[in-house]
Design a protein around this ligand. Structure first.
Ligand SMILES: [Zn+2]
Length: 627
C-alpha cells in the first residue's frame, strides 16, 4: 500500500470510530498520527476521545485545529491578553507550530486558566490555537529563549521534516525474518565516545554519538554498518554530556538528515554544551570537526519525547525513554521490537539512588530481555559513601575554612554536579555567600524551566514558592570585574565554578589567586581524569605553572586540598548490581560498557556470578547478536 492509500484508509477508520466529530485530514507527522479538525474544542472538552483512539489504533494521536481556524499570532496574543486577568502575571507567550499550540507562561497559572478552565476554553474557541498554560520559570534561560525563537523561524522546515519522518516510520515492512544485533562503535572498555548501532532487517538506530573528552579519537562511524549515515532511521540521545552527545552534529555534516529522539531538557542542555565546546575549543586552538550550523541542524531535527511515552520510530521498533537519575533529562532508552518479540534497553549513565535533584533510575520494566549497562564505577573498589555522609563531610570542610577566614573553591561540571552541590550548600545554613561562576547559572536556569524532571520533593518545594535555587546565598558572577571583587574581598566565601577538572574556565583564575594562602581550601567533588590539572593537584603537586601572555608564572599550592566522594551522578558498583537485582525479572543478557576495561569485565563477572545470566564486556567494533 502506498502512504497515500494508507492515510486514506486510516482517515476512513478514524471517521468510523468518531462519527460525530469533524475529521478534516489525517497525516503522519513524526511518530504521531495527526488529526486536523474544525472542532478542536470537542477534543479539548473530552480528553477520553484521544485516549480511546490511541488505544484502539495503538498509535500516538495528536489533534490540531485545521489551518483555516488559526488566528495570526499577533491577533491571538491580543485575544489572550484580553481574556486572561492581569493578576495571572503572564510572562511570555509563544507558538509551537509543530503542535498548533500556544504556550502561555504565567506566574499564577491557576488564575490564567480560570474556573474549570473557562478562560482557556474561550481562548481556544476564539484563536484556534490550543492554549497551554505553564508556570513561568523563575530564572530566564537564554539558551531556551534562543532555541524557541530558532524553532519558530524553522516552522516551515519542521512541518516538511515531520511529514517525511512520519512516512518513513509508517512504511511497510519488507522483510519477514526477524533478528536483532548491536554493534559497538565506541565506549566499550573505555570512558568516552559512546556510540552503539542497533540493527534489525528493517531498521538501523544509532544510540548516542559522543566525543572522547580530552582527546580527538572519535567513534567508528566509517564502518560499513553505518555507511552511508543518510540511511540511518533514527538517532537516540540518552543525555547531554559530551561523551554521549559531542559528535551528533558531525552526523548532520556527513549527510544524516533524520530525527534525533531525546527529552526536551536534553535537547536544550546539549545545545548549550555543544556551543560551549565549540567556543572553548576554538579559543584554545583545538579543532572541532563541525560548525555552529550543524548544532542548529541537531536542534531542528530533534523530536522531543517525555518519559514513559511509547513511540513508534520505525515499522518494527517502539522507543520509550525512562528517567536515568543522572542529570536533567537523562534517559534510559528502551526498545521494543516487533509485537513484543524482544526488548532491549540502554542505560546511558544511571544513578540508582535518590539524589537531591532526581528520583533514582527507573528499572520497573514490564519486559526486558537484554540490558546494556554503564560500568564507570563497576570495579570492586568503587564503593561510594552515601549522599548524606558526603554532605556532612562537605559541611565540615567548609565550616573549617570559614572559621579560619579562608575561601573555598569547588570546581564542578556546569550541568548536574553543580546543581546537586548547590542544593547541598543551600541546606547547610551557611552565613557566607556562594558565588557561581562559568556556565553554572545558565545551566541552573534550564533546571528551573523543567521542574517536572526533578524529584517530587524538589518539585513540590518549587511549586510552593520555596525554590532553593533562588536562595539569596547564591550570587552570580558574570564578568571579570565581579570575579576580581570576589577574589579581593576580605571575607570568607564559597566559589562554585567550572571547569570540573581544572582544564580551563574561570576556576583557573580563582586558583591562581587563592592557592598560595593556606587558609583557603580546594574541594574536589567530581572525578578527575588522568592528564588533567585537577588530577595532578589531587595527587599532591605543590607548585603549578600558568602561562599568560607568553610568560610562565609559578604558583605555590599552599591551600588545603580535599576530595569528597559521594556526589557522583553515576551509580557505584553496589548500586549497579542493585539496579539489576531490583528488576521484575533479570534480563537474560547483560552487556557491560562505558568503563575502563577492568571495570567492565569485573562488573560483567559479578553480575554473571550473582544472577547466573549471560554477561559480556565487548570490545569496540564487536557485534552482539540478541535474536
Ligand atoms: Zn553522563
Amino acid at each position: 500500500m502506498t502512504t497515500e492509500e494508507k492515510l486514506q484508509a486510516l482517515k476512513q477508520r478514524i471517521k468510523e470510530l468518531l462519527p460525530a466529530v469533524s475529521v478534516e485530514d489525517v497525516q503522519f507527522e513524526g511518530p504521531a498520527i495527526v488529526i486536523y479538525t474544525e472542532e478542536p474544542q470537542r477534543f479539548l472538552e473530552d480528553s477520553s476521545i484521544v485516549r480511546n483512539l490511541a488505544k484502539e489504533l495503538k498509535k500516538r494521536i495528536s489533534v490540531r485545529p485545521s489551518a483555516s481556524l488559526l488566528k495570526e499570532p499577533e491577533e491571538a496574543v491580543e485575544v489572550i491578553k484580553s481574556v486572561m486577568p492581569a493578576e495571572g502575571g503572564i510572562k511570555d507567550i509563544y507558538f509551537d507550530t509543530d503542535k498548533g499550540e500556544v504556550i502561555i507562561e504565567a506566574e499564577k497559572p491557576g488564575i490564567c486558566i480560570g474556573k474549570q478552565g473557562s478562560a482557556v476554553k474561550e481562548i481556544a474557541r476564539r484563536i484556534g490555537w490550543k492554549p497551554h498554560v505553564i508556570r513561568a520559570p523563575p530564572i530566564q534561560s537564554s539558551i531556551i529563549r534562543n532555541i524557541r525563537r530558532f524553532l519558530r523561524e524553522e516552522s516551515e522546515f519542521r512541518r516538511e521534516f515531520l511529514k517525511k519522518v512520519g512516512r518513513r516510520i509508517f512504511r511497510d515492512k519488507i522483510h519477514s525474518d526477524v533478528w536483532l544485533r548491536v554493534t559497538a562503535l565506541g565506549g566499550c572498555r573505555e570512558v568516552g565516545r559512546n556510540a552503539f548501532l542497533l540493527s534489525t532487517p528493517e531498521t538501523r538506530v544509532l544510540i548516542d554519538c559522543g566525543v572522547s573528552v580530552g582527546s580527538d579519537i572519535i567513534p567508528y562511524l566509517y564502518v560499513p554498518e553505518v555507511s552511508p549515515l543518510s540511511d540511518l532511521d533514527a538517532v537516540v540521545l540518552t543525555h547531554a554530556h559530551l561523551d554521549h552527545s559531542g559528535l551528533i552534529p558531525l552526523l548532520f555534516k556527513y549527510g544524516y538528515d533524520g530525527p534525533v529522539y531525546t527529552t526536551q531538557p536534553t535537547r536544550d542542555l546539549t545545545a548549550l554544551l555543544l556551543l560551549d565546546f565549540l567556543e572553548v575549543s576554538s579559543r584554545d586552538g583545538g579543532e572541532v570537526p563541525y560548525k555552529a550550523s550543524h548544532i542548529r541542524d541537531f536542534v531542528r531535527h530533534t523530536i522531543p519525547l517525555k518519559y514513559g511515552e511509547v513511540t513508534d520510530i520505525a515499522p518494527d521498533i517502539k522507543l520509550t525513554l525512562y528517567n536515568a537519575g543522572h542529570i536533567l533529562g537523562s534517559a534510559i532508552a528502551h526498545f521494543h521490537l516487533g509485537n513484543g518479540i524482544y526488548n532491549i534497553a540502554f542505560t546511558g549513565d544511571i544513578k540508582y539512588e535518590r539524589t537531591l535533584l532526581f528520583e533514582p533510575a527507573f528499572n520497573d520494566f514490564l519486559r526486558m530481555e537484554a540490558l546494556v549497562i554503564e560500568s564507570t564505577y563497576g570495579g570492586p573498589e568503587d564503593i561510594q559513601p552515601s549522599r548524606q555522609e558526603a554532605e556532612e563531610r562537605l559541611k565540615d570542610a567548609i565550616q573549617r575554612t570559614i572559621k579560619r577566614g579562608g575561601k573555598v573553591i569547588i570546581p564542578a561540571f556546569a550541568v548536574g554536579r553543580s546543581q546537586e552541590v548547590m542544593l547541598a550548600l543551600e541546606r547547610m545554613d551557611l552565613e557566607v555567600p556562594v558565588y557561581l561562576d562559568g556556565m553554572i547559572w545558565e545551566a541552573t536556569a534550564v533546571h528551573t524551566a523543567y521542574p517536572e524532571y526533578l524529584n517530587k520533593e524538589l518539585l513540590r518545594a518549587i511549586y510552593q514558592g520555596e525554590n532553593p535555587f533562588l536562595s539569596d546565598i547564591f550570587v552570580q558572577v558574570d564578568d571579570a570585574d565581579k570575579r576580581k571583587d570576589v577574589i579581593e574581598e576580605n571575607e570568607p566565601s564559597v566559589i562554585l565554578t567550572t571547569s570540573g577538572m581544572l582544564n580551563g574556565g574561570p576556576v583557573l583564575e580563582y586558583l591562581k589567586a587563592l592557592a598560595p594562602d593556606e587558609r583557603n581550601m580546594l574541594i574536589f567533588v567530581g572525578y578527575q581524569a588522568e592528564g588533567t590539572l585537577g588530577r595532578r593537584i589531587q595527587k599532591g603537586w605543590k607548585e603549578i605553572q600558568f602561562s599568560a601572555a607568553g610568560k610562565i608564572e609559578n604558583v605555590k599550592i599552599n591551600m588545603e586540598v580535599v576530595t569528597i566522594d559521594g556526589f557522583s551522578g553515576h551509580s557505584d558498583r553496589k548500586q549497579l548490581i542493585e539496579y539489576v537485582e531490583g528488576m521484575r525479572s533479570p534480563p537474560s543478557k547483560v552487556i557491560c560498557v562505558h568503563g575502563e576495561g577492568a571495570k567492565c569485565i569485573s562488573l560483567a563477572s559479578a553480575l554473571h556470578k550473582r544472577f547466573g545470566i549471560e554477561t559480556i564486556a565487548p570490545h569496540n567494533l564487536e557485534t552482539v547478536r540478541f535474536l
